[in-house]
Structure formats: C-alpha cells, structure tokens
Design a protein around this ligand. Structure first.
Ligand code: CTP
Ligand code: MG
Length: 233
C-alpha cells in the first residue's frame, strides 16, 4: 500500500496579514510548514508532495527541504488561486498512490495517530476526514446579526486535515468538479468535492483538539505549546 501526502503551503495568509506568510513563520525555531512535513515523515508516509507559490519553489527546495533533510519530499509544485486549485495541481504529479492524504501546511501539530486514523477510515469508505466534536454551541446568524437557528450540537463536528482518500476516488471527484465551474461552488475542503461529485461516503476519523490551523496571531503561542507538549511525551 503506497501512501502519498500533499502538504499545502500555497496560500496568501490574508487573515494573518504578516510580512512573512504564516506557513513560513518560525515557531519553536522552524517554519510552520517544516513541522507539518516532519509529522508525515515521522508517520512513515511513503512520499510527500509540497505545494507552494510559484515564486517560493526555489526557496522551499533550499530552506525547507534541503536544510531539514526531508527525504520523502519528492516534488514541489506550484499551487493555484484557490485551495482546490492547489490540490488539483498536486494530483497531476502523483503517478502511483493507493491513498492520498491532503493536509493544510498551516496545521503543524498533527500527530501520527490522527494521520493513521484517517488512512484506516479511508480504507472503509474510500474517503475520510479528521474532525472533532464542537465544544461550543453553534448559531446560524443572518446578515443583520440575528441568531436564526441553533443546530443540535451533538451532530456538529469541526473538520480538520488530513483528509484522506483512495487515489481513484479523489481523482475522479476532482476531474468531475473541473468539468463544471468550481468557482460557483464555494468549495472549502476536499471532502466537499467527494460529497458533491462522487457516491462515496466520507467517514469521520477522530482528530485532535491540538491539531489547530494557524489562521490568526493568537494561534501561534497555542501551536508552540502543543508542539512542545508532543515533543515532551
Ligand atoms: N492553500 C493553498 N493554496 C491556496 C489557498 C490555501 O495551498 N490557493 C493552503 C494554505 O497555505 C494553508 C491551507 O491551504 O496551508 C489552508 O488554507 P488557509 O488556512 O485558508 O490559508 P490561507 O488561504 O493562506 O489564509 P487566508 O484564508 O487567511 O488567506
Ligand atoms: Mg484561505
């Protein structure tokens, strides 16, 4: 069984709005994306494809891959405008894989256990996402700022990555999506592509509350603490 991870680092980090893009900011002495790649190497994933901005490819080759001796990063490819364009670019360069794991480079605290739980779940239905039950009550709020609905919390899960798929399942779903116009669909994750464009069910794998996505500045100290905690175990 061959596993290939796609680590996404081609975003602009507009909500973070820092000079250095969030995926390259240093936490605990290394760029965020280094921690993400290292997690997949530790987990024994067979191959890693790094997706980055066109202008960052050379820098990543030198400062991320070579400087850290990441042996299993076999390709660095240029991403696209939307997250799904970046995923699609990676799918084009993966030739042989049984399972493809898609991971936000901005989630540096992912554990080996979570990675493998998504693979095991994907073996059951062909598609899996890491997720955790929401802790807060969630409200649906209209444009006037009025709460209009309170969905039953016990049915709500907060979705993370990796999102892991049998290779044919994710390829076929993406091909089908690109035959339509994806810009009209508000696609925010890969599981949505499979939900809309395939008959496969997406199985939830238990994620981890520490597997946060760095989005704004206040996520940085939390991620640093989680990484230190994991290293101390
Ligand atoms: N990503 C990507 N290509 C894009 C957009 C996002 O590879 N066109 C990656 C980001 O680098 C990140 C992950 O997908 O690792 C999750 O996206 P998000 O957290 O939304 O990052 P950004 O899009 O960079 O941030 P923002 O939405 O605040 O601009
Ligand atoms: Mg984004």
């Amino acid at each position: 069984m061959k596993t290939v991870a796609v680590v996404l680092a081609a975003g602009k980090g507009s909500r973070m709005n820092t000079a250095v893009k969030k995926q390259y900011m240093e936490i605990n002495g290394k760029p965020v994306v280094c921690h993400s790649i290292a997690a997949f190497e530790r987990a024994g994933i067979d191959e890693i494809v790094l997706v980055t901005g066109k202008d960052d490819i050379e820098w990543c080759q030198r400062e991320i891959v070579q400087a850290n001796h990441f042996e299993w990063v076999t390709k660095i490819v240029a991403g696209g405008k939307e997250r799904y364009d970046s995923v699609y670019a990676a799918l084009q360069v993966i030739s042989d894989a049984d399972y493809i794991l898609i991971h936000d480079g901005a989630r540096p605290c992912v554990s080996t256990e979570v990675i493998w739980r998504t693979i095991e779940a994907a073996k059951e239905t062909g598609a899996s996402v890491a997720a955790v039950p929401v802790k807060d009550t969630i409200k649906v709020v209209n444009a006037e700022g009025i709460a209009v609905d309170t969905p039953d919390r016990s049915t709500l899960w907060s979705v993370q990555t990796p999102q892991t798929f049998a290779a044919d399942v994710i390829r076929q779903a993406y091909e089908k999506m690109y035959r339509q116009k994806p810009e009209h669909l508000k696609i925010t994750d890969d599981a949505m592509v499979v939900e809309h464009f395939s008959a496969h069910q997406v199985k939830i794998a238990m994620g981890d509350y520490c597997n946060i996505k760095i989005t704004t500045m206040d996520d940085i100290p939390a991620a640093e603490q989680y990484l230190l905690g994991a290293a101390g175990q």
